[in-house]
Design a protein around this ligand. Structure first.
Ligand code: SF4
Ligand SMILES: [Zn+2]
Length: 136
């Protein structure tokens, strides 16, 4: 079981610049991106990061595992990048969705923060719907 305990310990924890809203090719090629890759340079979790995000399978845009990804292909990498980091095992998890929370569950690992929040919101929506039905 790989788990996601390391996510909060990673040097990028809580830094949303690694998964930017603007994923145009120009934005991803900005000087800031090079700075972010330097953060990955010393990260001990590069292969776990790739195993969690599955950037190729999920056609990821952003920084993951010491690489800059655009539509699931590597466009740049940190100096310490090693081919072994890139092994993607396991099936793709759609992070940030209730289905993602279920997929974490099937793997026997705690849901990542994004999936946990999505699961919580879905549950709240269902509860509200039930309340509304009961009061109709
Ligand atoms: S390799 Fe992944 S976990 Fe480590 S700093 Fe880079 S993006 Fe964050
Ligand atoms: Zn997740």
């Amino acid at each position: 079981m790989s788990g996601t305990w390391w996510v909060s310990d990673a040097p990028c924890a809580g830094d949303w610049r690694f998964t930017p809203d603007d994923t145009s090719a120009d934005a991803l090629r900005s000087p800031m991106t090079r700075q972010l890759l330097k953060v990955c340079q010393d990260c001990p979790y590069r292969s776990r990061c790739i195993g969690l995000v599955l950037p190729r399978a999920s056609k990821f845009d952003g920084i993951c595992g010491g690489r800059l990804w655009f539509n699931g292909t590597v466009r740049d990498e940190c100096e310490a990048a090693h081919p072994d980091d890139l092994i993607e095992d396991g099936s793709y998890i759609p992070h940030g969705t209730e289905a993602g929370a279920r997929a974490h569950n099937r793997r026997g690992e705690p849901a990542c923060p994004l999936c946990r929040e999505a699961g919580r919101l879905a549950q709240a929506r269902r509860r509200a719907k039930r309340r509304k039905r009961a009061s109709d």
